[in-house]
Design a protein around this ligand. Structure first.
Ligand code: PPE
Length: 317
């Protein structure tokens, strides 16, 4: 169902840079002269709350909010809220909207005051939204894997737009990748760097497995420092796998035994073909499956999580 027809009751938002409040979703609007609408002056996050064995819990809430404030700092936005304050507001919003599981979208943007590239006179606004979001790359993706292509669009090169910031501006690039992939019949596009190494998907980080070793591009390859990426690296090492962060040439994708995407929305999604070349046996591979199983046990709180602060209960425990 479209989000438009399935709105949560409340959004939390500031107006004119003043203290934020919970407002009915239909009233959570902005002026058409909002700076961010004209110049992409906004940064955001995507976070998931899971309906776990121990009740609703948010996965790596403070890590996401820290990245949000990092993104804002890169863009010289002064945000009058701390990670802890935003975490409290987020939990309260989920409770008010009554979600068992949901996707959480904090957004910081330059608001309405005047137009022109220089943004400093526009208020910095903060908003938090929640909604229920199912499988990102299709219902069957998690088990069957997805067919993807290497995009004809590159990821922004270093020192053009900051890749480490989760800025909406980066998703102009992402949309070109995603639209192209979609129109060509693929679930997603993989972006290469301007040097031709593997960067990431339009909304996911990427891992490649060959001979039992797990490879993923380092931050120097213009990727978003994904929280799921970090979780999978830690989890894989914890399980005894060797994980190597290194530049990955395009052709390594084709000869890999397994390739998968990670992301808050995509979770761990296997890739079964790239540019119509089957990856391994053309289906989800055993290491991907193992990592998925262990990842889902963690986010569903079915096991004692070795990293204590990864799950924040929403309704008390
Ligand atoms: N790279 C990009 C470009 C990206 O957008 C995401 C998340 C990731 C990597 C993975 O990061 P993380 O979620 O911290 O593991 N993309 C978010 C937005 C997706 C959307 O369509 O909107 C997400 O997964 O929430």
């Amino acid at each position: 169902m479209a989000l438009k027809d399935n709105l949560p009751r409340y959004v939390w938002m500031t107006r004119d840079g003043k203290d934020g409040d919970f407002v009915p979703t239909e009233q959570a609007t902005v002026h058409v002269m909002t700076h961010a609408l004209h110049y992409a002056s906004s940064v955001f996050e995507g976070i998931r709350a899971y309906n776990t064995r121990r009740g609703t819990a948010v996965f790596r809430l403070k890590d996401h909010l820290r990245r949000l404030l990092d993104s804002a700092k890169i863009y010289r936005m002064d945000v009058p809220y701390t990670v802890d304050e935003l975490a409290e507001i987020t939990l309260e919003l989920i409770r008010k909207n009554g979600h068992k599981a949901c996707y959480i979208r904090p957004l910081i943007f330059r608001g309405f005051y005047e137009l022109g590239v220089l943004p400093f006179n526009c208020p910095v606004e903060v908003a938090i939204m929640t909604w229920e979001w199912g499988r990102y790359l299709g219902e069957e993706a998690i088990e069957k894997g997805v067919d993807v292509m290497v995009s004809s669009w590159n990821r922004m090169r270093p020192n053009t737009m900051p890749a480490m910031a989760k800025a909406t501006a980066n998703y102009a690039n992402g949309q070109l990748v995603k639209m192209e992939a979609h129109l060509y019949g693929f679930a997603e596009g993989i972006m290469l760097t301007s040097e031709g190494y593997v960067a990431e998907g339009s909304g996911e980080n990427l891992f490649v497995i060959r001979d039992g070793v797990i490879y993923t591009p380092p931050l120097s390859q213009s990727i978003l420092p994904g929280i799921t990426r970090d979780s999978v690296v830690k989890l894989a090492r914890h399980l005894g796998y060797e994980v190597v962060e290194t530049a990955i040439p395009r052709e390594m994708l084709y000869i890999a035994d397994e390739v998968f995407f990670t992301g808050t929305a995509a979770e761990i999604t296997p890739i079964r073909s790239i540019d119509k070349i089957p990856i391994g046996k053309g289906e989800r591979g055993p290491i991907t499956r193992h990592l998925q199983e262990e990842f889902f046990k963690i986010v569903n709180w079915e096991v004692e999580v070795p990293w204590e602060d990864w799950l924040t209960p929403v309704y008390g425990d």
